[in-house]
Design a binder for this molecule. Structure first.
Ligand code: F6P
Length: 469
């Protein structure tokens, strides 16, 4: 493969390798917002994407898929357990999401994280051309920027953090807090979702490393005493709006939306939740609030249905196993107490769906419930808005998501306040068409004017500016 001028490094490739029952190999779009955001940009540049193919012990040569050059990085079964399920998703993930679940600190997980980060850095360095650009993504790879810089000082390095960065009081728990900050500061530009995340990061840099911080500029002191500038600031990520708008206009997708409504018994209002099954998403809080509204008679099962898509995620991490049990118990209790033969309170789907089906669901939903306890951005909120060309529908949005900084005309909620969530659901269910339209118009303007192209262009522009200085 020829050296690439532009290399993306992310934990996952855009496609996961899957093996069928007869051992035949196929490819499936990887889960999560990161892949959805980066894929459209990568189809338009002549670059390479370094990442893991989603299966342990799969040694693979570089290959092309959907017009993108992919460079697989292998992970052994123990590295999947200690680097991915362990340090990334049972240490960093809960710590950075305000310790909603207790983070686990294990030295052998950290060692695996260092080893695997080095492997990604080496793969990136082998792929990138002289004076090229490497763009590293997310919390699984926080050490890669510094490792790339040490191996290849000619390269321009960007890093984007897709999840929240915690307040210093929490971050300071991390036994390897200084190493992680130095790893990130290997980048020329460190991007965050919210201004608040950048501020927390800069506070940690000032307090832990004692580097000079002026506005978003950090004076990084290299080994040997030389200094250089790194920039840390917010670049709120978005979605590729075009495919959502196009699908929402397609007659077959509209027909599917009508079919979904009919199969639920044509309730007056359909509420929708779409999440990876993750404790950060506030699925339990949402279900509890909805169940109480039914129990109190403020909502009637003949009039409303909640469709909850909870796509399987990180199924071998204990916190996720427990969460699934809790949610499924809560759903079956509410359904058992309230369902009739013809109407169900909650249609719960522990499955992932292709984009066409998701857009049909968005079109069918009168109210979209995004009640995350903490979320870097939440692209589902933006997807819903993009599909609502008729300006109908209501977005209920947690103030603890990055999207809440931008989507000011949503019905805002504090998901911890169950009475508040109940009132927000009632506000949404009862909102007049004129009020829906007023709010949705403004939400759509915001999402359509700031799509994923605008996000990647502004990040890459900032990167070019720092490098040319
Ligand atoms: O955006 C957050 C994120 O953790 C991505 O980094 C990740 O690819 C996605 O969610 C899905 O999670 P996972 O890769 O662990 O399945």
């Amino acid at each position: 493969m020829v050296a690439a001028d532009f290399v993306v490094v992310a934990n996952r490739l855009p496609v996961d390798r899957v093996e069928g029952p007869d051992g035949e190999v196929g490819w499936r779009t990887s889960p999560g917002g990161l892949v959805a955001a980066l894929e459209p940009m990568m189809r338009n540049v002549n670059g390479a994407w370094v990442g893991w193919a989603g299966q342990p012990d799969a040694e693979m040569e570089p290959f092309e898929n959907g017009g993108i050059n992919l460079i697989p990085v292998p992970l052994s079964a123990s590295e999947v357990a200690e680097y991915y399920e362990g340090f990334a998703n049972d240490t960093i993930w809960p710590l950075y999401h305000d310790v909603i679940a207790p983070p686990q600190y294990h030295r052998e997980w950290w060692d695996a994280y260092v080893t695997v980060n080095r492997r990604f850095a080496e793969a990136a360095v082998a792929a990138v051309a002289q004076d090229g650009t490497v763009w590293v993504h997310d919390y699984q790879l926080q050490l890669v920027p510094q490792m790339v810089r040490e191996l290849r000082p000619d390269v321009t390095i960007g890093y984007f953090h897709h999840i929240p960065f915690p307040a210093h009081g929490l971050y300071a728990q991390l036994p390897w807090r200084d190493q992680v900050l130095r790893g990130l500061l290997g980048a020329d530009v460190i991007g965050f979702q919210r201004a608040q995340d950048a501020t927390y990061f800069l506070t940690a840099v000032r307090r832990r490393l004692r580097y000079e911080v002026k506005g978003s500029h950090v004076t990084v002191v290299e080994n040997g005493g030389a200094t250089r500038t790194a920039v840390a600031r917010a670049f709120p990520i978005s979605i590729d709006t075009a495919p959502y708008i196009e699908l929402a206009q397609r007659e077959d997708v509209k027909a599917r939306a009508a079919e979904i409504r009919a199969s639920l018994g044509n309730p007056a209002r359909i509420l929708l939740g779409v999440d990876r099954l993750d404790y950060t998403k506030g699925i339990r809080h949402r279900i509890k609030a909805y169940g109480e509204l039914l129990a109190e008679g403020r909502l009637k099962v003949e009039d409303v249905t909640l469709v909850q898509v909870a796509s399987p995620s990180r199924e071998r991490v204990d916190a996720y196993v427990h969460l699934r049990d809790e949610i499924e118990l809560a759903v079956s209790r509410i359904n058992g107490d309230t369902d009739t033969m013809g109407h169900t309170a909650i249609r719960y789907l522990h499955q992932g769906y292709p984009r066409e089906e998701m857009v049909a669901l968005y079109l069918a939903a009168d109210v979209m419930l995004v009640t995350a306890l903490r979320d870097g951005m939440n692209l589902v909120a933006k997807e819903y808005v993009a599909t609502r060309a008729d300006n109908r529908g209501v977005l209920v949005l947690s103030e603890f998501t990055g999207a809440a900084d931008e989507l000011r005309q949503a019905v805002r909620v504090n998901p911890h306040d169950i009475e508040g969530v109940k009132d927000a659901i009632m506000t949404a269910v009862e909102m007049s068409p004129a009020e829906q339209s007023r709010r949705m118009r403004s939400l759509r303007r915001r999402v359509l004017d700031n799509d994923v192209d605008a996000w990647s262009s502004s990040f890459l522009k900032a990167l070019a500016e720092v490098h040319s200085r």
